[in-house]
Design a protein around this ligand. Sequence first.
Ligand code: IVH
Length: 684
Amino acid sequence: MAQLSLLSIFGKEAIRDRLQALRQELRSHAHRYYVLDAPILADAEYDRLFQELLALEQQHPELISADSPSQRVGGAPLAQFAQVAHSVPMLSLENAFGSDDLVDFEERLFRFLQSRTPISYVTEPKLDGLAVELVYEEGVLILGSTRGDGLVGEEITRNLQTIPTIPLRLLAQEEKDVPRRLEVRGEVFIGLTDFKKLNEERGHSGESLFANPRNAAAGSLRQLDPKITATRPLDFYAYGVSDPAALPCRNQYELLRYLGSMGFKVNPLVHLCQSIPEVSSQFARLQEQRPALAYDIDGMVVKVNDFTLQERLGAKARSPRWAIAAKFPASQATTRLVAVEFGVGRTGAITPVAILEPVRVGGVMVSRATLHNEDELRRKGLLLGDTVLVQRAGDVIPEVVKPVKENRTGQEQEIIMPATCPECGFTLVRAGQEAITRCPNPNCPAQRVRALIHFAGKSGMDIEGLGKKAVQQLVSQGLIQDIPDIYQLGQLEVESLAALDGWGGKSAENVARAIEASKTPPLAKFLAALGIRHVGEVTAQLLARHFTSLARVALAGEADFLQIEGIGEQAATSLVDYFQEPTVQEMLARLESLGVRVQEEQQDPEANGILAGKVFLFTGALAQLSRSEAKARIKELGGQVASGLSRKVTHVVLGDSPGSKLSKARELGLPVISEDEFLRLIGR
Ligand code: IVH
């Protein structure tokens, strides 16, 4: 803070210098953290630098630059994507299946070059994501686009800027090393662990699941709102440039090293091979490594190393002659779609499930595969009785790829979505734009089981021994029906538990003890366990901190929820609906009478100060204190500081030479106060 005030004394040049130094430092630490995986700075220290940058930039919005690390959070939403023509077409690759095809590939090269001089190759894992192009001018990322049809793609600069492994500024050591223009190409993808987590979170909040990591990456990149993209765990590997001629690299291997030195993440499994037999054994090794990799790959790209040779070989219409994709034998099989069953999820979502004639895919027997939702099912054009192509990607759940239409006999029948819930008979609803059809009955038995599994499970109360199977058994034995029943399991029930398959006296007693121990849950845990739509662990945490007691959450109105930064309309509506539901109120009352005492959250100092519930936004420079001092003071007094304009803002503080926020604030009718009024509010 002392630094900030000094800066305001020394003026703009000093501020510009400080901004540059901060950005440089943050950039270098982010590179160490995300790309090299070798951080040397504590997270808290990084955060402190980042906050300083944000504060300075907020005071001097005219000094914000496109390559500032602050720009990663995602800007304003777009109405539509613009088109970008690639300066050099983004080609695709021909496929090779097995060693013979690789030998043929080299034979073609020899023939074309009219020479049998040995050729060296670079092999690279073929990531299964989306190809993108990043254009840097004077070292700064100015444009990013999808591959599109290879000639023209979509402009997604704002979205690509949110990916931490994409440099906003090249990491060149010296000014003279920065190429005037550089067009980098590579693959955007989502790792397997992140993919699972993302889908789990979506499941918890009642959103539709992504079929595979590739779809998740594609869906995340094609968001018009970069703020949404920013929340997705996207990653990037660079593998090429549009034109290497002007670069200090003679071959692909040097180019990859060069890209690494410019701050890009380059796949560590690339190899330089001196012959096709070496390429083949590299392929075999990669295939062995594949199941243990943190991301999906569908093969290995083989590239002629030498750029002079690449140039001589050139390209055919759609693919270069100097590269080929060696594909793994697909874990795919064909079988028959016998029936479609409809499952009911915890939030009532109806999921079509394909019942298949059992078939071996990638070493595993598959007889069921999710069809995700109705839209997905229609898009694939499946009919009952179809021969279908089934696949397993990595260890991801099996999926139906498409019908084999050539095999149709005319006997196939349309798949009809049920009009009523297969479990409880309630009429199903499909709201507006949603891809999901739902059962609206809160007492639907299928939803109840799911709700119970969620309640007792890891993202809920985490009751030891009460996993999915145990809950299903208890329900099918009629021992429990709803959440309070868990706490009503008495001596008699525990004994009958012990008699069940897979249980015993000891495990039954352990569960009984775990249930007893779970009677005083922290508020956040309990809220997350209830499985309210759009309320996952993070939202539950926000609620707990803000309201501190269950009673206060249950009594809050939509406006109260919307006041909290990080809680949106969907969650707010869902919360109000939930707590107004009489069956919910009964359930909570029963839990209380059974001795469940949800703990009050530690009093949040922020919730109690004189500025509690007030949200401030600054525009223009303050004269009597720095903006970060002002912010610190607001926080001390329990208020919040908004990062942008929204209806949650209760006070717009007007400084000297305010920016465009002022007129927008007026348009929105937000109250504007002067610096003096603000100082009075904070007791100065
Ligand atoms: S090189 C002209 N290298 O594969 C060279 N592509 O079918 C074309 N891909 O659209 C691309 N990993 O999405 C190259 N290491 C890699 C790759 C790779 C994945 C994808 C890329 C491209 C497709 C080509």
